[in-house]
Ligand binder design. Structure first.
Ligand SMILES: Nc1nc2c(ncn2[C@@H]2O[C@H](COP(=O)(O)OP(=O)(O)OP(=O)(O)O)[C@@H](O)[C@H]2O)c(=O)[nH]1
Length: 364
């Protein structure tokens, strides 16, 4: 399967290659206008134009199927691409045969130079689709060698031998261009992945897979600004696992980690997609609830408290039971920044802890 990025290069290169091909075709007609019958030349040029139109149709389809990721159809377009290139090679062989039939020597050299030029330029435009390039390459050059041998003079034999050497050199060149493209694509893909991972690392807590403190503060301030502008409600929950130290001390640090991961999973079930859920550090979490009043937030928080209280966490066949405490603050005139909201929710959490834990305390 050809890498989609290689096909993209092919798509990008084709318009330039087609423009160059039309220019060379017109130049060919202009050079041989005095030798080759005009009807044949016009017919030949017309076929070249039709071929160029077909090539444009071919890349248009490539583009569409790449977007749709329709592998079967891409494959069909690849076959069409090869057929069109075979036809292209046939057209240039015809041009050399016309020169052989109608033009005096040494005009066959002009024709040979044109063909070698096209093959060399095609290294840039086509070698990303290596099979197609090789088919095109041999379909262009083999007939030229036969035609040169047909001329049958010593200089033609030498040219045929040189053309053969050229075949070997250009195959090497096209292979390294192709490998260069592949390397480029692989390096880019690796780079994109690293950037993505770095981006994720900068915003996600790797253990619990929710946002980290840094990202929470960054995104919360933006949401608060929107809520203030739109005069919508917004609440903040501060959640802390009760006596978490005891869990670590009794069952070990790994059990503590397991609890952190699974408490997050349970709480997540109660949250909405739009809520900003973050681990603020240790066993402390925050959730910013957009479009939610403190009354609504208290209902959600109570649901979370109850879910955790009623969950039997099973760590290596040991059942661990635990509770959480939650403090809540609401966006208002006094608490209108993330720092203020956070401070207020923390105060409420402190009250929840002091009043016996396993409870929700909204600010009044
Ligand atoms: N396993 C584990 N433990 C952690 C992690 N981060 C912090 N801790 C532990 O969490 C514990 C928090 O203890 P405390 O701050 O005393 O709070 P607590 O025991 O939950 O008591 P209260 O909050 O007052 O109910 C400490 O023992 C930390 O070492 C972590 O990533 N993994």
């Amino acid at each position: 399967m050809t890498h989609p990025k290689l096909i993209e290069v092919l798509i990008q290169q084709t318009p330039r290659a087609m423009a160059a091909l039309l220019i060379v075709s017109v130049a060919y007609c202009w050079i041989f206008i005095n030798f080759i019958p005009h009807t044949l030349l016009i017919l030949w040029l017309l076929l070249q134009v039709i071929l160029v139109i077909c090539r444009f149709y071919n890349i248009k389809m490539f583009k569409q199927y790449l977007i749709e990721q329709a592998q079967g159809r891409i494959q069909k377009q690849k076959t069409l691409f090869i057929i069109l290139n075979l036809f292209q090679a046939f057209m240039w062989t015809t041009s050399s045969v016309l020169v052989l039939m109608y033009a005096p020597q040494p005009f066959e050299l002009v024709s040979l130079v044109i063909i070698i030029g096209i093959i060399t330029a095609a290294v840039l435009s086509m070698s990303t689709f290596y099979t197609a390039y090789l088919v095109f390459f041999f379909a262009m050059l083999i007939p030229q060698i036969i035609i040169l041998l047909y001329y049958g003079e010593p200089q033609h034999y030498s040219l045929a031998a040189l053309t053969f050497v050229y075949i070997l050199a250009i195959i090497q060149l096209s292979k390294s261009v192709y490998n260069g493209h592949l390397l480029n694509i692989k390096t880019n893909a690796k780079l994109e992945k690293s950037v993505e991972e770095l981006h994720k690392l900068s915003m996600i807590d790797m253990m619990t897979n929710i946002y980290n403190r840094r990202y929470f503060f960054k995104v919360s301030q933006d949401l608060i600004s929107i809520a203030l502008r739109e005069k919508s409600k917004l609440s903040l929950l501060m959640i802390d696992i009760d006596y978490f130290k005891n869990i670590n001390d009794t069952y070990g640090h790994d059990a503590g980690d397991y609890i952190l991961i699974n408490v997050v999973k349970e709480i997540k079930k109660v949250t909405r997609k739009s809520d900003i859920f973050a681990r603020m550090g240790g066993e402390e979490f925050s959730i910013l609830l957009g479009n939610t009043s403190i009354t609504g937030a208290a209902v959600i928080a109570e649901k979370m408290r109850s879910v955790i209280e009623n969950t039997a966490f099973n760590y290596n066949n040991t059942v661990i039971k635990l509770t959480i405490s939650i403090g809540i603050s609401e966006l208002n005139d006094q608490h209108n920044s993330i720092e203020e909201l956070y401070k207020q929710a923390d105060k409420q959490l402190y009250l929840a802890k002091n009043n016996g834990r396993n409870r929700v305390v909204p600010s009044v």
